[in-house]
Structures are given as C-alpha cells and as structure tokens.
Design a protein around this ligand. Structure first.
Ligand code: HAM
Length: 407
C-alpha cells in the first residue's frame, strides 16, 4: 500500500466539511473589514524567501531545482508572495490595499500534533498604511476572526522597538542569540548568556512589565514611544482584550514594529495559532519602501483546538426505487436537487429494503418509488425522524422536504 508523505494529511468528507465551515466564517469576518481575497502560486523563485531570511532558511523549506535548472521553493508562508505580487502591480493599486489569503504552505519540519509539512494559513496583509490605526486595525481583524470561529485564545501584543533599544549596544551575534532565546521563550538560556551589566535583569523586567509606563521606565524614552502608546490606545478603542508582552521577538526576521501572537488555551506545545506584525518587504522585491502589517493564522491548529464540533448536516433525501420505479426515480431526484436538496440514489441495484436501511443511516427523508408511484407520478415520502409516510404528488413531496428546515 502506498502511503502519503510524512507530515501530510488526507481529509475525509466530515472533516473537510468542518474545515470549510470554519473557513467560511473566517472569510465572512475579514470581508466585513473590507479585506479581499488574493491568490499566488504554490511555488516561487527560491530567492523570494532567502532575500530577507538568508540562506539558512533553505534547510526548513521544500526547495529544489526544476528541469530548467531554476531554484524553486514551495511557499513556506504567504507574506513574501503577496508582497511580491503587490510590487509587481503596485503602480495601478489604490493604497492601502487590504488583502486576505487562504492557502497551503510547506515547511520541512519535524511533524507532530499541530505541526505539519503541509499546513494551511489564513492571513491578511494591509499594505501601504503606516499608523497606530493600521497596526490596531490588523490586530482587531485577527481578534475578530478568531473569536468568530469560537476558539478560546489569548492575544499578546508587543513591539520590537522596546527590545531593540535595550539590545542596541550588543554585538550582532549576541543580539541574535538573545532573539533566539526570546523566540523560544527560553528565559533560562537567556540568563546563561554573558550579557554584561544588568542587561539580563532589564530584559526580564521588560518582558514581565504589565503596563506601558512600567515598560518605558525600563527602556527610557525611545523615538517610537508615541507610536506604541498610540497603537495600544487604538486597540483599547477597538475593545480588543490583549496582554502586553515585550518579550515577543517572532521567528521571522522581517518585522519592524508592532508584533503580536495568539495562543489557543487548550493546545499543548504547538499552541500558537496566529502570528503577525508590522514589516517592510516591498523594497527588497524591487518596489518602493512600503510600510505593511499583517498576520497569518495556523488554520490546522484552530481546527485541532475547536475539536470535533457538531456540524449541521444539510437535509438529505434518499430516493429508493424498485426496478419499475427507477426511471421516474431519476426525475424525482432531479426535482429535489433543483429545489436545493441534497439527494442520493442507489447505484448498485439493491433491494428496496436494503435501500431503506441504507437511507436510515445518512438521510432525513426517503422517497419510495415503486411501479405504482411511477405510473401515477406520485411519491411515497417517509420522514425518517417521525416515521410518518404519505403518498403525494412530486411537487408536494418537494415542498414538504423544503419546508422541513435543516435537521
Ligand atoms: P508564522 O508565525 O511563521 O508567521 O506562521 C503563522 C502561523 O502558522 C503560526 O502561528 C502557526 O499557527 C502556523 N504554523 C506555522 N508553521 C506550521 C506548521 N508546520 N504546521 C502547522 N501550522 C503552522 C508567518 O508565516 C507570517 N507570514 C505571518 C505574517 C503575515 N506576518 C505578517 N503578515
């Protein structure tokens, strides 16, 4: 038996219907904020991802040469592709652009629960706006959208400027080590680094600070102070609950200002369900320097967090026909489908009683068509929930099912 590749999944209809319904909720939610969907290729030129992140990232990617010798990568995320697309068409676009996307991403990671090699991201990018209003809008959209799915989560908000001001005197190498520790939230390893003076103490105090006043007391006044205070004030205006956390460093190294993450309350190690922030990428791809802010939600993790939730099944009719009723049965099924009802017929020539017991498993109504019904153009409609059964005209049968509402 051939197996699927490591870190990938198949989705059976029940699971896929659940995913589609959550996806639809997300789409509706971002649409209300004026975000519109874009789509980019699943593979891109490798350079798109290494320009900012460096060659090191190749180890975590599905990167290969195509038959023409071009270096190609399956997209590990969608921000760089979307910004590439923005730059390609920037001249004709009305700014700011509000775009959203839903697509699969590929990372060569060690698979575990909530961590896959093919996974889906739902995200937005607000390109060409540089204000506290813009930062707060994107976070408010993320909050709104996660809330709409019903997932329980906590939003943490920070800004890289705070940490940067404390780390500005460090050698780049040491600074990266600090960033890596912060990223993994490994504060033990942070204390073990030889940072000199009381830097470790200040870092810890900054991470643990609960109010902006406390945080600025540690960093002193910095040029970004007004913007940071503005962003937090706007978030309050949007009535978005969040926790201040200036320890957020974010693994991707393109962020420039505000950064934020959301954590699901009922997940284990892989509990980060959203990550985002303000960044500049357009100039790297040949465009003008353009302030941007966005986030991506780990769709699969949201689904794990939501668990098995009951989906309303659309009302289903099974047409059960005897050999004499089969031809009329096709017309009956067509009439139900035309009225928008999910309708299934037997294809294997099963006996009427076998068709009826099969129907009991997956349908709400059975339309029984024997020779008598076929001749008279009538339908014997059985409501499987109540057991009631009536022989009526085709129109009446369709109206009866349509009028029954969703089960
Ligand atoms: P990221 O934090 O790398 O950010 O990924 C966003 C989310 O994708 C994570 O919070 C996580 O939920 C999910 N995720 C990441 N890797 C996996 C995986 N292997 N399996 C399942 N889920 C995963 C970005 O990708 C940025 N592009 C976000 C962004 C948009 N920043 C600005 N705009």
């Amino acid at each position: 038996m051939i197996q699927k590749p490591r870190g990938t999944r198949d989705f059976f209809p029940d699971e896929l219907e659940a995913r589609r319904s959550v996806e639809a909720t997300m789409r509706e939610s971002v649409s209300r904020w004026g975000y519109r969907e874009v789509s980019t290729p699943v593979f891109e030129n490798l350079e798109l991802f290494t320009l900012r992140s460096g060659e090191g990232i190749i180890g975590e990617m599905y990167a290969f040469q195509d038959k023409g010798g071009r270096d190609i990568a399956l997209r590990p995320e969608l921000t760089a592709p979307v910004l590439r697309m923005y730059v390609n068409e920037a001249k004709v676009l009305n700014k700011p652009v509000r775009w959203y996307y839903f697509g699969d991403c590929f990372r060569y990671e060690r698979p575990q629960k909530g961590r896959y090699r093919q996974f889906w991201q739902f995200g937005i990018e607000l390109v060409g706006a540089d204000s506290a209003m813009a930062d707060a809008e994107v976070m408010a959209v993320g909050y709104d959208l996660l809330k709409a799915t019903g997932v329980s989560f906590e939003l943490r908000v920070g800004d890289l400027a705070m940490m940067r001001s404390l780390l500005s005197d460090l050698e780049p190498e040491l600074r990266n080590q600090v960033r890596a520790c912060l990223d993994k939230r490994d504060y033990g390893a942070l204390e073990a680094l030889d940072l000199g003076g009381d830097l470790a103490g200040s870092l810890t105090a900054l991470i643990e600070s609960k109010t902006l006043d406390d945080a600025f007391a540690i960093t002193g006044s910095i040029p970004e102070e007004e913007r940071i205070r503005g962003t937090f004030a706007m978030l309050d205006a949007h009535e978005v609950p969040y926790l201040q956390n200036f320890g957020i460093a974010r693994g991707l190294d393109y962020y420039t200002g505000c950064v934020f993450e959301a954590f699901a309350e009922n997940l284990g190690a892989e509990n980060q369900i959203m990550g985002g922030g303000a960044y500049r990428l357009a100039h790297l791809f040949g465009g003008e320097e353009t302030p941007s802010v966005g986030f991506a939600i780990g769709f699969d993790r949201v689904m794990v967090s939501l668990g098995e939730h009951e989906l309303k099944r659309p009302t289903t009719v099974a047409v059960a026909a005897t050999p004499e009723g089969r031809i009329f049965g096709i017309r009956v099924a067509a009439a139900f489908r035309q009225a928008g009802i999910r309708t299934i017929t037997d294809l294997n020539g099963k006996s009427l009683s076998a068709q009826l017991s099969q129907a009991a498993k997956h349908a709400d109504f059975v339309a029984v068509i024997g020779g008598r019904e076929a001749e008279a153009g009538m339908v014997t409609l059985r409501d499987l929930a109540s057991g009631n059964q009536q022989t009526v005209s085709l129109e009446e049968a369709v109206a009866g099912v349509v009028g029954s509402g969703t089960r």
